[in-house]
Design a protein around this ligand. Structure first.
Ligand code: C2E
Ligand code: MG
Ligand code: MG
Length: 443
């Protein structure tokens, strides 16, 4: 635990003193360093403090004596330092307690780092002829503007205690503790997902599956690219990883990747004699990013795909976003010659009167309308009205999530142009899609 008596030690007295076992700064050196680093922190370069406590370390000390305990601590310290590779300063705050001071590190990065450190600590550690399985509790605090750095360090320490009370082997964030156990578990789940996304990005675990959108006259209107993520042998669904990717900013990298992969497919289908549009989902964070138009042009250039074979799926609220960057990106997309579709129409605050102003050529009605068909006559009337309006505005109207013949019949009657759903085909990998297209052409 942090002892306040040391908090106001003279700044230059012990700045360079390091602990011989770990090579980390000693506690007093840490406090000096903390003062200095807090002066360089700002809103866009936040200072993150991590407090790490090895779980059940007393047991190690009691079983192997202090010399044995020191050897274990030295090994864990080495793992910790390797994983921060010069990006952070390390201090030994007590027997089995460490503080990590990370400049220019927001909460998302701090969580990622904490998870990585926890993984490092949890790797089995050979000791004599035994295999130790260490774990740790980690508390995170981000220095607030005008907060005393020592009170921030105390917050990190308290967050660590919470993690320890929850059973150890976990991470707690100061300031989010009111969320209780569920909040901490959720944060941990998100961290796991974020970590798996990183692994997937680095190890080729990202994949696009494609689902055909089929017109009532039988033609293939487009195929939608849907992202799949496999990490450590687990498949994570986009409903889980897309929100995490959006929260952490990773969606920008994922989005750039899917633009390129989707455009590549459009080109290879074209070359193989199936000139089919490929619809690619674009998130708010992507369209709000300055790099979006560059990424789109790069994808078109690298893939050699014809722009009219690319369709971007955006939600209606994105079209309505008046921010400069979003509007510029929309224009850039139109200028590049790609098509725009309104995704998930009918959810949220969809507004029919907005439709006339949007530069989209496709309207995708959300699955929520479809599941109640054919029995819900009111839903049927709404779909019919939307289909008519969409068509009068020159848009292709697509319904999503069709699983049953009855739903299909009802949508045909409502005047929808094309449908997408398990009824025709589930999302499938590229190879299967090629076979699927082939067999449809030669019935
Ligand atoms: P979405 O764009 O509305 O995609 C349609 C979702 O409906 C897909 O879910 C698809 O697998 C599912 N679906 C299609 N037909 C049926 C059906 O008959 N029954 C049922 N129950 N579901 C059906 P998926 O692949 O899980 O994707 C979920 C959402 O994740 C997508 O919704 C999209 O918003 C997002 N997403 C997927 N890939 C990407 C991506 O590459 N980038 C971005 N930004 N978002 C993506
Ligand atoms: Mg979509
Ligand atoms: Mg949709």
């Amino acid at each position: 635990m942090l002892n306040k008596r040391h908090s106001h030690a003279h700044p230059n007295m012990h700045a360079k003193r390091t602990d011989p076992t770990t090579g980390f700064f000693e506690r007093i050196g840490c406090l000096d360093l903390l003062t200095k680093m807090s002066l360089q922190a700002s809103l866009d370069r936040p200072l993150a403090l991590l407090w790490i406590d090895i779980d059940r370390f007393k047991q190690v000390n009691e079983s192997f004596g202090h010399l044995g305990g020191d050897m274990v601590i030295a090994q864990i310290a080495r793992r910790l330092r390797e994983r921060t590779a010069g990006r952070a300063e390390w201090c030994r705050m007590g027997g089995d307690e460490f503080a990590c001071l990370v400049p220019d590190c927001n909460l998302g990065h701090a969580q990622q780092l904490a998870l990585d450190l926890l993984r490092g600590i949890e790797e089995p550690l050979p000791f004599g002829d035994l295999m130790l399985r260490p774990s740790a509790s980690i508390g995170i605090a981000i220095l607030e503007t005008s907060e005393d750095p020592f009170s921030c360090l105390e917050r990190a320490d308290r967050a660590m205690s919470t993690a320890k009370h929850e059973g150890g082997g976990r991470i707690a964030i100061s300031g989010e503790l009111v969320a209780g156990r569920l909040g901490i578990l959720l944060a941990r789940e998100e961290l796991e997902i974020e970590n798996q996304l990183h692994i997937a990005l680095e190890s080729g675990g990202l994949n696009l599956h494609y689902q055909p959108i089929v017109g009532f006259d039988g033609h293939i209107e487009a195929v939608e690219a849907l992202m799949r993520c496999t990490a450590d042998g687990n498949i994570i669904s986009p409903a889980k990883f897309i929100p995490v990717a959006e929260k952490t900013g990773l969606i920008i990298r994922l989005g750039e990747w899917s633009l390129l992969a989707g455009a590549n497919l459009a080109h290879s289908l074209d070359v193989a004699g199936h000139p089919t549009k490929v619809a690619i989902n674009v998130s708010r964070a992507q369209l709000a990013s300055l790099k979006f138009s560059q990424a789109l042009y790069a994808a078109l250039l690298c893939s050699n795909a014809r722009p009219e074979l690319i369709e971007l799926e955006l939600t209606e609220s994105l079209f309505m976003d008046v921010s400069d960057t979003v509007q510029k990106n929309l224009h850039a997309a139109l200028h590049a010659g790609v098509k725009l579709a309104i995704d998930d129409f009918g959810t949220g605050y969809s507004c029919l009167s907005n439709l006339k102003d949007l530069p989209a050529t496709k309207l995708k009605l959300d699955r929520a309308f479809v599941i109640v068909l054919p029995h819900d006559r009111r839903a049927f009337s709404v779909i019919k009205a939307m289909a008519q309006l969409g068509r009068e505005l020159g848009m292709t109207v697509v319904a999503e999530g069709i699983e049953e013949q009855e739903q299909l019949d009802s949508l045909r009657e409502a005047g929808v142009d094309a449908i997408q759903g398990y009824f025709h085909a589930r999302p499938m990998p590229e190879e299967t899609l090629l076979q699927w297209l082939q067999t449809r052409r030669t019935p």
